[in-house]
Design a protein around this ligand. Structure first.
Ligand code: AMX
Length: 434
């Protein structure tokens, strides 16, 4: 069965569950909402549904019910490589089924056919000022391709609501394979003397990305690991939620993903991996050749906090323990770059920062998140232009959020519209007399 046929079967099985919940249990209470949640960025308000991933505060992420190690273990691997095909992972996120090698290779071939970047996108990128942030270029490149949307075409022709997911899937299948090509073009144009490397028809999503970026093995595995780890973190994070929100207006995949990427570009979200590296470099500069010690790391962390800044790569809105995505990357580092000095400093921060943050007393989670560990791997393999790191995150995140918006249309989730209150109304709820 093809991906689309499998998905159709899954969707038809799933629809009655959503319909039943709505019809028979629509007025059942999920939770009470507090003033703290209303003012505090909707933190913890249970108002989104996704079956693609679930984030437990203590265990961390599960993709379609599987932990990170289980996910890496179960999926078909690229021959001679340690990590699975991104294409197989995409099938898994979309359908909830672990694909066979044959099914995986079907997606690999489909993606190859669709990965070329239109010339007008190249022209747009080239027209942007050279100091434009790579995330701005990435988002603009995605948005520029909106004219290709089949969802818009079919919508304008008039289609039934139950069919919405089909052209959404088609848009997703056209857009996702172009993202590594778009990213590699931006990278080579900005940082590698504008010399570009043509795609290799024999390579998969991760392998071809490494090739077009100009990085030798095992960077292909780094890319596969990175994209899978960053793909999804349930629906409430800024990039996933934004993509879902924009798509809820029946905006197509291009509009929605571009918007999600703009949210990812913020320093409290995806840009944190760039901030971690920049913090590390400033710290090393301050050391002026001295060997880093726990005392010096502690002092630098306090200097950051006392300057009113956050420690990048630490804390999380949902997680209350070390992010398993951090641990998966740490394991990669222990296997591949155990003696690398920057990795050693990162480990020192890992030993010291939770204590400092606990003593500081503000953050609810003093443990590292995914971003604390990802930059060092890129740096080690020669990708030192940290402005680019969030683009890597963006390619990965697209796999999850594009799967989610396909399901959003399949299950006919409505336009999103939470209700707001005035401060005076909240004061009234609280019983405050003016
Ligand atoms: N360093 C210093 N202070 C921190 C902190 C950190 N790493 N993490 C949280 N705090 C502070 C908050 O700024 C807040 O202070 P305030 O009361 O003065 O406003 C207080 O602790 C309580 O915050 P919280 O409830 O623990 O976190 P949150 O849900 O509001 O925010 C996050 C979560 C990730 C934005 C925050 O922990 C942070 O800013 N971390 C550093 C940036 C970072 O690593 N972001 C990446 C997150 C993962 C991702 O999305 N890629």
């Amino acid at each position: 069965m093809s991906l689309k046929e499998t998905l159709l079967r899954k969707i038809e099985e799933h629809r009655p569950r959503t319909t039943r919940l709505l019809k028979e249990y629509g007025s059942t209470k999920v939770q009470e909402t507090t003033i703290e949640q209303v003012i505090g960025g909707a933190r913890g308000i249970r108002s989104l549904v996704t079956d693609i991933s679930y984030l437990d505060p203590f265990e961390g992420i599960r993709f379609r019910g599987k932990t990170i190690p289980e996910t890496f273990e179960c999926l078909p691997k690229v021959p001679g490589c340690d990590y699975p095909y991104v294409e197989g992972f995409f099938w898994f996120l979309m359908t909830g089924d672990v694909p066979t090698l044959e099914e995986t290779l079907e997606v690999v071939e489909e993606f190859k056919k669709r990965r070329a970047l239109p010339q007008y996108v190249v022209d747009i990128l080239r027209a942007m000022p050279t100091d434009t942030h790579p995330m701005t270029m990435f988002s603009a490149g995605i948005l520029a391709m909106q004219r290709e949307s089949l969802f818009v075409k079919r919508y304008n022709e008039g289609m039934k609501k139950t069919e919405y997911w089909e052209p959404m899937l088609e848009d997703v299948l056209n857009l996702l394979p172009k993202l590594p090509t778009l990213a590699a073009y931006i990278y080579r144009m900005k940082y590698k003397a504008d010399i570009h490397i043509p795609a290799d028809p024999n390579l998969d999503f991760g392998g071809n990305f490494a090739h077009q970026m100009g990085f030798a093995k095992p960077y292909d595995d780094v890319a596969r690991m990175y994209f899978i780890l960053h793909s999804d973190h349930e629906s409430g994070n800024v990039s996933a939620h934004t993509t879902h929100l924009v798509a809820s207006a029946l905006s197509d995949a291009y509009y929605s993903l571009s918007a999600g990427m703009n949210g990812l570009a913020g320093p409290l979200h995806g840009l944190a991996n760039q901030e971690v590296l920049s913090w590390m470099m400033k710290f090393q500069e301050k050391l002026g050749g001295q060997e880093p010690t726990q005392e010096l790391v502690k002092q630098a962390l306090w200097d950051t906090l006392n300057a009113g800044q956050v420690i990048p790569g630490y804390g999380h809105a949902v997680l209350r323990k070390t992010d398993p995505r951090y641990m998966a990357q740490r394991e990669f580092c222990l296997n591949n770059l155990p003696d690398y000095p920057l990795f050693k400093v990162i480990n020192m921060v890992f030993e010291v920062a939770p204590g400092v943050l606990t003593e500081h007393g503000k953050t609810k989670n003093p443990w590292p998140n995914v971003d604390a560990q990802s930059g060092v791997i890129q740096w080690y393999y020669g990708l030192t232009e940290w402005d680019f790191y969030t683009v890597l995150f963006g390619i990965g995140r697209a796999i999850g959020v594009l799967s989610n918006i396909t399901w959003d249309r399949a299950l006919a989730y409505p336009i999103e519209r939470p209700k707001s209150l005035t401060t005076a109304m909240l004061e009234e709820v609280a019983g405050i007399k003016s």
